[in-house]
Write a protein that binds this ligand. Structure first.
Ligand SMILES: Nc1ncnc2c1ncn2[C@@H]1O[C@H](COP(=O)(O)OP(=O)(O)OP(=O)(O)O)[C@@H](O)[C@H]1O
Ligand SMILES: [Mg+2]
Length: 248
């Protein structure tokens, strides 16, 4: 199978079972959301897929290949990426300067080649395309610290896309973003490449229902159900969970 194929995945922290027998597929072009209460194990699942954590059991395949033995950097090179966090942005560098960094990294040039003024026309064109894709043209030459929080989160997404991933995991892309700016995040997800496999972990149900074509509900480390947004919205246990739990 093309894309991600997770089977029987489990993770224990001592006696605490955080992922239990998870089966999960993310084919090219997928737009899936992973939802569930705080502590359900959503971020843990993302960390198992990206190689930040080692599973206690089960398998993770990518394009049919078992990736269990690969570390995080090796999985990024295969195309499995989770968004950078704002804390990895350089606040005093401009958006454009920040965006050069992952491209240089991807090309194996790293900081050896780094000059804030730029220089390589191929890299500059790629940076300009990312800036346009994320609607950041007017802000491209402003330091990141001047940007609104929602715009900084767009820069994070743009940085990750510069790695040319085939699987993109967004862990709470709208967390901390004021509701007046969440449309920036939704629009950016809408404009991601069609063939990219996207997994969004999010508590903001407006965002989830706008971007996801399929929703997986995780409760206490187990998949409760998976379905279309319509099916999930009508699911009695999910409704109970969310009406009772106070999210979204
Ligand atoms: N390194 C760790 N060691 C021990 N327990 C951990 C560790 N990381 C996470 N946990 C526990 O695993 C459970 C799941 O955590 P996780 O962060 O995956 O939840 P989540 O669904 O992402 O929650 P949230 O919606 O709050 O982000 C929690 O009970 C958490 O306390
Ligand atoms: Mg989390």
């Amino acid at each position: 199978m093309q894309g991600l194929e997770v089977r029987g995945l489990s993770k224990h922290f001592g006696g605490l079972v955080v992922s239990e027998n998870i089966d999960f597929d993310l084919p090219p072009g997928a737009r899936k959301a992973l939802i569930g209460p705080n502590g359900a194990g959503k971020s843990t699942f993302a960390n198992l897929v990206t190689g930040i954590l080692a599973p206690s059991g089960g398998t993770i395949r990518f394009d049919g290949r078992d990736i269990a033995g690969l570390n995080e950097a090796q999985r990024v090179r295969l195309g499995i990426a989770k968004t950078f966090q704002i804390t990895t942005l350089f606040p005093r560098l401009t958006v454009r300067e920040n965006l050069r960094l992952p491209i240089l990294e991807r090309e194996g040039l790293g900081f050896r080649m780094f000059r804030p003024a730029g220089g390589d026309p191929g890299i500059e064109a790629e940076v300009a395309a990312l800036i346009a894709q994320f609607g950041l043209d007017a802000l491209a030459d402003r330091p990141v610290l001047d940007l609104a929080y929602g715009q900084q989160r767009l820069v994070e997404m743009a940085l990750t896309l510069a790695l040319k991933p085939r699987v993109l995991i967004l862990d709470e892309p709208a967390a901390g973003v004021p509701s007046s700016e969440t449309h920036l995040i939704t629009d950016a997800i809408d404009r991601l490449p069609d063939d990219l496999a996207v997994l969004v972990i999010e508590h903001d149900m407006d965002l989830v229902f706008k971007v996801a074509r399929s929703i997986v509900v995780l409760v206490q480390g187990r998949i409760l159900t998976e379905g279309t947004p319509q099916q999930i919205a009508a699911h009695a246990q999910v409704r109970e969970l969310y009406l009772g739990g106070g999210h979204g």
